[in-house]
Design a protein around this ligand. Sequence first.
Ligand SMILES: Nc1ncnc2c1ncn2[C@@H]1O[C@H](COP(=O)(O)OP(=O)(O)OP(=O)(O)O)[C@@H](O)[C@H]1O
Ligand SMILES: [Mg+2]
Length: 393
Amino acid sequence: MPPFDEYQQRIIKYPAKLSFDFVPEKLVHRDKEMQRLFSMFRQTVEGGMAQRAFLTGNVGTGKSAMSKRFCMDFKDWSHEKGKGMEFVIVNCRSRNTPASVLLKIIDHFDKGFPDRGFSTTEMLEILRKHIDKKKSHLIVVLDEINVLIKRSGTDLLYALTRFDDESLGGDQKLSLILISQKPVYEFLDPATLSTFKRTNTIQFENYGKDQLWDILRDRVELALYPGSVEDETLELIADIASEWGDARFGIELLENSGMIASEEDLDMIAPDHVRSAKAMTHSVITESNLAPLSDHMMLALLGISGAIKKKVYITTSEAEKAYALACEEYEEKPRAHTRYWEYLKELDGYGLLTLKISGKGHVGKTTLISLPDIPSTVLAEKVREMLGSRKLG
Ligand SMILES: Nc1ncnc2c1ncn2[C@@H]1O[C@H](COP(=O)(O)OP(=O)(O)OP(=O)(O)O)[C@@H](O)[C@H]1O
Ligand SMILES: [Mg+2]
């Protein structure tokens, strides 16, 4: 029996709050989108009108999270106004046929509904009865709608947009929120598209580094033990995730870094844990990536990987000193300063390090070096191994 009870988790206090389906109380930097959605949907309560919204944006920009937060809060708000409001969220990646989508929606009203034996037309009628009985409006969220359309066409979507056509003057009953990464016009044929004329699009832009930092800071407070991650380390995570503007990736990095640090029996995440976490997702340190480097570029990299171990960034002069030490170790004469600069620029070009002009917190303008993709210990090991086989020094 392995000593499971001795394996401590001293960093992540509430793992569930880092999971992909956790929806925080407040979505930072999405006020504008939230407000927009609300101003579109308030007419369902105030005017008895159905509404349709289309949310698009790249991976991890908060589309699913915001639609869920919105529905929960909007339901409460509607009830305060004395109006019945229900919502159902369907992920069309797992439910990509009209029947399975409708089953999920009906299941919200009738848990025991049989999963076969009814046509889609019959199911739509059954749904109508449920909504009438509840005296409620229903918001259907079709997340990853592109998968449903690709697999099964637009029939269901069309039927749902026509749901209220028969409601002859009474309150409209069914609103839609459609979500996909690509805009709807890229996968709808012109005929169907014309039924979507009334659909308002909300575009979710990629998160920038500072926005990701705020999102991560909030999540740290919710899920981690106090003091387990420094601001600077969090900045490294935000920096890496900002390449894609993807909050999910940032949260995943945070979680994996926490697990790695914990496995080392530490109670704090260090920059190198973040690099290891990144390397778990996709690493640039392969032999074929390092093979084209000259001996001195390898020594430059070795120096940096030693000097940066406990830091997020180092300056180029720190790096150059470390390079001189690495040369000494391998009994090589260091190249001149200007040559060293060329190595740095080339290494930057290969994506093995990142050069950037220093921002806040540093006096004057210096160039800083970071290794966003690479855990420095793994890098150093690999470089040594390859330098050894080249028989240097
Ligand atoms: N503004 C935000 N504040 C706090 N957490 C956020 C925010 N935006 C996204 N997140 C979190 O980031 C993760 C990804 O968000 P979400 O699943 O909503 O992305 P998405 O746009 O639906 O991506 P995909 O297109 O891949 O489905 C979730 O864990 C979510 O809670
Ligand atoms: Mg999503």
